[in-house]
Design a protein around this ligand. Structure first.
Ligand code: PLP
Length: 403
C-alpha cells in the first residue's frame, strides 16, 4: 500500500466511522521522535502541541519506551482489588513533590477533577455534619475543568455547557485574580474553591502568586478546601513540578493528568493529610486507575524529569525563548499583541482568526493548539532544545511576515 492510498484511506475511515466531535486538522500523524512528528506522507513538523501538554518527554523517549515495553511483558492490569508495586512507588514520589498526604489514581484530567469535586462534597459533610448542607464550589470564570458533568458544571463557558443542561448544582463563579470576587461568594454552604493555577484552554491566564496566597488564606479562614487543577500546567511545564510552587502555597488537593504519563493515559489526585481519609473503602473508585503499566509510564516520566533536569531545562531555556517571542510582538504588533504564561506553557494573543494562524503555522512546519481569547498556544516538550525553541521563533516570524 503506498502512502497516498494510506492517507486517503485514513481520511475516508474518519469521515465514515469516527464521531465528528472535533474540528480536526487535515493531517494524519504516523510517527514521532522528540519534538518532531511526521505525517503519513513523510512531512516533518515541529510538534509544539505535545498532544495538548501531554508528551512531556517528547515522542518515544528511549527510557520511557523501554519502561513500557518491560512492564507490558510482566504485568499490565490487576484492578485496584490488589496492590501493585508501581502504584505504591508513584504515590510515594508524588507525595514527595506535593507534601504529606495520599494519592488516588484514575485515567484522565476530567476524572481527576471529578474526584476533587466529590472530595469537596465529603468535606462539606464533615464540616456541616449533614449531607446536602455544604456542597458549593467556587470556580473561576473562563476556566476549563473537563467534559464530564462535574467538569462541565465547573466550566462556565457556553460552548462547553450548551446542549447538556441541566448541569450539577452548587457551582458559583468569580473572577480569576480578583480575591474580593471570590470572598463575596463564600457562604455557609461553601465547601471548596477550585481553580486552575494557569488557565490553559481559557487562553493561558496565570493566577498571580498574591492571588493564590490570598485564596489559601481565605480557605484556611473559612475551612474550605483549596483545590488546584494542575492537569495542564503541572508536571514540570512551568519549570516547577507544580505551577503553584512558584507562589509558595500549598493547596489541600491537586488534580493531575496529561504530562504525568508522558502520553500514556493516567490521572491522579493528591489529597493533603488532614483530608485524605475523606475517601473510605467503597466511596470512590475506577477499574483502570493506577495500573502497573500506566504507573510504569509515569515513573519513567519522573525518572527522566530528574535525571535530565527537565525543570532546569524549562527554567533556563524559557528566558531567551520568551524574549525572542516578545521581540516578535514588537516586530509585528499588527498581528501579535500579547504573550502570557510561564516556562513551556505560552499563549500568544493574536489579531485575526487563530484557526487561520494555526493552519498557516502548520503549513510552515509547526503544530500548535489554539486557546480561548484568540490565543495560539505553544506547548513544547519539557526536553525541547534551544535550537528547537529558536526554530519555533523562525517559523513564527516567517508566518507573521507573510501574513
Ligand atoms: N483540566 C484542565 C486544566 C485541562 O486542560 C483539561 C484538558 O484539557 C482537563 C482538565 C480535562 O482533562 P482530560 O481531557 O484528560 O479529561
Amino acid at each position: 500500500m503506498n502512502s497516498e492510498i494510506t492517507h486517503t484511506r485514513t481520511a475516508d475511515l474518519y469521515d465514515a466511522h469516527v464521531v465528528q466531535n472535533y474540528g480536526r486538522a487535515p493531517l494524519t500523524l504516523a510517527r514521532g521522535v522528540g519534538s518532531r512528528v511526521w505525517d503519513d506522507e513523510g512531512r516533518a513538523y515541529l510538534d509544539f502541541t505535545s498532544g495538548i501538554a501531554v508528551s512531556a518527554l517528547g515522542h518515544c523517549h528511549p527510557h520511557w519506551v523501554k519502561a513500557i515495553r518491560k512492564q507490558a511483558g510482566e504485568l499490565i492490569h490487576t484492578s485496584n482489588l490488589f496492590r501493585n508495586p508501581n502504584q505504591g512507588e508513584l504515590a510515594r514520589r508524588l507525595v514527595q513533590q506535593a507534601g504529606p498526604g495520599r494519592v488516588y489514581f484514575c485515567n484522565s484530567g476530567a476524572e481527576a477533577n471529578e474526584t476533587l469535586l466529590k472530595l469537596a462534597r465529603l468535606h462539606g459533610i464533615r464540616k456541616s455534619g449533614e449531607e446536602g448542607n455544604c456542597y458549593k464550589v467556587i470556580c473561576a470564570e473562563n476556566a476549563f475543568h473537563g467534559r464530564t458533568f462535574g467538569g462541565m458544571s465547573a466550566t462556565r463557558q457556553e460552548k462547553i455547557q450548551k446542549g447538556f443542561r441541566p448541569l450539577v448544582p452548587g457551582f458559583a463563579f468569580a473572577k480569576l485574580n480578583d480575591l474580593e470576587s471570590f470572598e463575596d461568594l463564600i457562604d455557609e454552604q461553601t465547601a471548596a474553591i477550585f481553580i486552575e493555577t494557569i488557565q490553559g484552554e481559557g487562553g493561558v491566564n496565570p493566577a498571580t502568586p498574591e492571588f493564590l496566597r490570598g485564596l489559601r488564606a481565605l480557605c484556611s479562614k473559612h475551612n474550605l478546601l483549596l483545590m488546584l487543577d494542575e492537569v495542564q500546567c503541572g508536571i514540570g511545564r512551568t519549570g516547577a513540578f507544580f505551577a503553584f510552587q512558584h507562589a509558595a502555597v500549598r493547596p489541600d488537593a491537586i488534580g493531575m493528568a496529561k504530562g504525568l504519563g508522558g502520553g500514556f493515559p493516567i490521572g491522579a489526585v493528591w489529597i493533603s493529610a488532614p483530608f485524605a481519609d475523606l475517601f473510605q473503602p467503597g466511596s470512590h473508585g475506577t477499574t483502570f486507575g493506577g495500573t502497573p503499566l500506566a504507573c510504569a509510564a509515569a515513573l519513567a516520566v519522573m525518572d527522566v524529569l530528574e535525571k535530565e533536569d527537565l525543570l532546569g531545562n524549562v527554567t533556563r531555556l524559557s528566558v531567551s525563548w520568551h524574549e525572542a517571542l516578545r521581540a516578535l510582538i514588537r516586530e509585528f504588533p499588527q498581528h501579535m499583541v500579547g504573550l502570557r504564561g510561564q516556562g513551556f506553557i505560552i499563549g500568544l494573543q493574536m489579531n485575526g482568526d487563530v484557526l487561520v494562524w494555526c493552519a498557516a503555522l502548520r503549513a510552515a512546519g509547526m503544530l500548535v493548539p489554539i486557546a480561548g481569547g484568540n490565543v495560539v498556544r505553544l506547548l513544547p516538550p519539557l526536553n525541547a532544545t534551544a535550537d528547537e525553541l529558536a526554530e519555533s521563533v523562525t517559523i513564527l516570524r516567517r508566518v507573521l511576515a507573510a501574513a
